[in-house]
Write a protein that binds this ligand. Structure first.
Ligand SMILES: *Cc1c(COP(=O)(O)O)cnc(C)c1O
Length: 260
């Protein structure tokens, strides 16, 4: 496949409303699912809201977005009041998609409905303990995903692929957490070819399948694959993504620098 031209990813447009750009993103998701022989309803759109104002986030919610992701605890907390009503109604889920430091656990528990970036058993235990203390077990346990560093780049968070199955099995037994799946940040298409990007996503799917097949306690809910962003949502969907996390294609290029 590497001798074929790269599929062209539409340039994120800088004009048009959030609603218009969302429609384009939804069209891309549908087309990619259909091309992969999948039901487009199997793929959820998470809108990545880092560096965006509360007003921009509300524009996305008005256009039907029901899942957003925030990278930094500070921004998560700052935007929480703007979206609190929607969260309380059950109309919006908020995922933490950035690296979490232990001293910020309480702020995340107060404002996020899920955490996609669990990458160590220490962190998992600390969060679970807080949840149990707050009476959040069973149905009220925090939804978490294990983040896997499929590319092995040192700059990226996530557990190494070889340790992911074991970590997931351990996380799944903690009373304050409900393991819902796996998350990864793919290799950058600028740095590598599409085959390498796809292989990373396939690796995450293989990890998920191994965990589900293990039948280990608490792992039967670990079905989600959060993978794919503005530049690589098509290969991610081809490899089984159930959540794609999209920022730039929804809001336009970020003005402020933000770290992943
Ligand atoms: C910013 C971000 C995204 C979205 O990236 P875009 O390229 O803007 O679509 C997805 N996942 C994570 C973890 C991010 O930080």
């Amino acid at each position: 496949m590497s001798d074929q031209p790269q599929p062209s990813v539409p340039e994120p447009s800088t004009d048009g409303s959030v609603a218009t750009r969302l429609a384009v993103v939804r069209g891309r998701i549908t087309a990619a699912a259909v091309a992969a022989g999948r039901d487009p309803r199997e793929v959820r759109l998470l809108v990545a809201t880092k560096t965006q104002t509360p007003e921009a986030v509300l524009e996305a919610l008005a256009a039907g977005v029901d899942l957003i992701g925030e990278n930094r605890v500070q921004e998560l907390v700052a935007k929480a009041p703007a979206v609190a009503d929607r969260v309380a109604e059950g109309a919006l889920q908020v995922h933490m998609i950035g690296h979490l430091q232990r001293n910020k656990i309480n702020q995340v528990l107060a404002t996020a409905t899920g955490l996609e970036t669990l990458d160590s058993l220490d962190l998992a235990r600390a969060i679970s303990e807080r949840c149990v203390r707050d009476g959040r077990t069973g149905d009220r346990a925090l939804e978490v995903m294990v983040q896997v560093n499929v590319t092995g780049e040192e700059s990226k968070s996530g557990v190494a692929p070889d340790h992911a199955v074991e970590l997931a099995g351990a996380v799944a037994t903690l009373p304050g957490l409900r393991l819902t799946g796996f998350m990864t940040i793919g290799a950058r298409l600028d740095d590598t070819d599409e085959d390498t990007v796809r292989a990373g996503f396939a690796r995450l799917r293989a990890i998920r399948d191994a965990v589900l097949a293990s039948g280990a306690p608490g792992t039967s809910t670990a079905t989600e694959l959060s993978m794919g962003m503005t530049g690589d949502l098509e290969p991610a969907i081809a490899e089984g993504a159930t959540i794609v996390r999209v920022g730039t294609a929804v809001f336009g290029p970020r003005v402020t620098a933000a770290t992943l």
